[in-house]
Design a protein around this ligand. Sequence first.
Ligand code: NAI
Length: 336
Amino acid sequence: MTKVTVLGAAGGIGQPLSLLLKMSPYVSTLALYDLRLAPGVARDLSHINTNATCVGFDKDAIGEALDGAHIVVIPAGVPRKPGMTRDDLFKINAGIVANLVRAAAQHAPRARILVISNPVNSTVPVACETLKKMGAFQPGKVMGVTTLDVVRAQTFLSDSLGADSYSRESMKRAVTVVGGHSGATIVPVLLDPKLRSKLVGRRRYDSYVHRVQFGGDEVVEAKQGAGSATLSMALAGYHFADQILRSIHLEKPDVAPLPAFVYLPGIEGGAELQKKLNTKTEYFAAPVELRRGDVVRIDTKWLDSLGDLERKTLQVCLGELDGNIQKGRRFVQSKL
Ligand code: NAI
């Protein structure tokens, strides 16, 4: 019996993500919460003939929505409009994430918390610091969802190399993404050096990296003010949640370990990663190993695949990441 609660379930991401979760054989209860429309979305999904029971909750029923949840997914908040960076969302989304995480700690203390709300580089520190303040922080249970970067990195790699010879499906183990989840902090790591050489040889490496880092802007601009990625994000969020669900149900993962933006000091491999990257950053996105749905180890194998170009991109990432992290920490500390 696994209960998943989606906070922000009536939004652009929340609705298709909830639909995908309703299709999951691992979900027995799907609780949808939003400030508006969640009961309507839930009633709609509840007519689908899959086993998960789907219930929607009004804005004053967050306790009930969260009660006993094993996984809490948070896509609540405002999305970008053209010309905005993810950082511009901080003022609104930081408070939303802090309040929702506080409620999750009270009503679902054992839940894994999956933070989708942007800017992830800051909202994950907001979540972790909020939980620390409550004495409820379990590092392996808080994950910033960066899977969309991986999905894009695979798609764009196929596009850059030529989809006729390098199908999108065949790119699934060819690249991962580490660092953070905005602009220059997004660092694609080619796991096959031959593919990197091909990109470099065809003078496509820089444009490839740039597209992975700023691919989100393509969607924001194309949607002309109506928001940012929702459908591709819903799929990415579902893929990530599915790995947690599989792990809870003792099923083997069906994809290479996905990265998550996590608190390094509390997790095995975190200190090793900091040492190898020569950084004191406390938060970083890297592929994670799960046990019973919790992050138990940070994978450092990808470090062996790094080329000089990726090392340079990583240095830029680390330079920018710290400011984002401190912003999140200061937000929580200022509320003392
Ligand atoms: P949206 O505006 O369509 O939906 C957000 C939903 O959150 C709305 O239904 C709203 O009522 C709800 N909400 C706001 N405050 C709430 C609260 N306190 N409690 C419960 N629900 C609340 O936005 P969209 O497109 O779904 O994006 C959501 C977030 O996800 C944004 O911050 C966006 O930047 C982020 N995002 C993250 C990505 C990632 O890769 N991690 C990718 C794309 C978007």
